[in-house]
Design a protein. Sequence first.
Length: 392
Amino acid sequence: MMPTTVPKNIDKYFFNRTKDIKKINLQISSIYEDLPNQLLITGNRGVGKTFLLKKILHDTDKKTLTAYIDISKIYSTNKKVTEEEILKEMLSSIYESLRQKQSVFKNFEDNLKNIIMNIKLHDYEFTDAASIFDIPIPKIKENYKALSKFVMELPQKIIDTSDEIDAFILVFDEFQFIKHVENPEAFFWLFRSYIQDQSNVCYIFTGSVSKSADIIEDINGQRGAFAGRMIQIDIEAFTKEETYKYLNEKAGDIKFTDDGFDRFYKCTRGIPAYINTFCNVLDSGKIYDEEMIKESFMMKMDQIVIMWLYIWGNLNDYEKTIIKILVDEKQLTWNTLLEKTGYSKSTLTKYIDSLNNKAILGYSNDNMYMINDMMLVTWLKHKKETEGQYPL
Ligand SMILES: Nc1ncnc2c1ncn2[C@@H]1O[C@H](COP(=O)(O)OP(=O)(O)OP(=O)(O)O)[C@@H](O)[C@H]1O
Ligand SMILES: [Mg+2]
């Protein structure tokens, strides 16, 4: 079986990506020179951004602390995302990171634990005036300013107060959910204002967003908080050769004829999420030719596109309507979309933005909107053909 989510045993399943790792590590390494870069990692759904970043965090040396914050987790547990929740999540992943270096932080552990417990239980009211690593802890009572200052300054302060730690890397995954906070622009500016005084902390934002998403504009566009200072790196699918090697290495018992493999690559387009789910519906005893691959693809499509079943189920009717029209028409200008949907201008803008922030829409050089992922298009068409209508 191939993993369909990011596996716990990273080294067992992780394949290649040496160039991407080199590229990203080169940027990260600036934190050891007191010249930190901040990164924005983009790429299509299922291409392997999360796995790649987890691998990079996993391989850092022991003088580097790392924290991984998944903003979508906040959304799914609270049904909303607030600035406070993100800061609290940041704090607990910083704590988790320190906990894993217990030998270094043994003396501080209880203190830190108390602080975090207090934040969770008492609305940020820190009753005892404690301090960690000589960092004074503010008395906070529903005080966003103090909470944000404390959390945002913590990573650099930990480095400054410990000889054992040189650098801190924080990854914010599914960062497009930050769009749901009350004032996303202000929140990005908050980051910017603290980050610029931190010499050894690297912030990496990543998520499933289209390249044209307005959240990228908010954070790194001309008028965004980082105004182009964030280094943007796009992660691509496996090439045909990489796909071939990947299968050989991790799924060697699945055999293809040459045209069978060509068809397999055409279907998956080198996206690891699809390669893995597709492999899981193939048998090890057979040799797959083109026809057999086509047939398995048609028969098992729901299993292969599993990631879209969940995403589709969570879209609203406005979003689904836009997608259905684009599946039927392939690509359309904004004006034609306006006409076909019958929505008001502001409604159309709102839902095009939300689809962009979910990495579903693409936007061509000649101003056409289309669906980003061919697998989604194929699946929806297939559903319509076989069941007479698009999935509800
Ligand atoms: N380098 C890799 N080696 C082996 N498997 C990989 C690799 N990259 C990704 N995968 C597999 O592909 C699937 C998707 O990866 P991942 O979740 O990292 O993608 P993503 O780009 O973060 O997707 P999303 O945009 O939905 O968050 C996972 O099951 C993962 O195990
Ligand atoms: Mg991911």
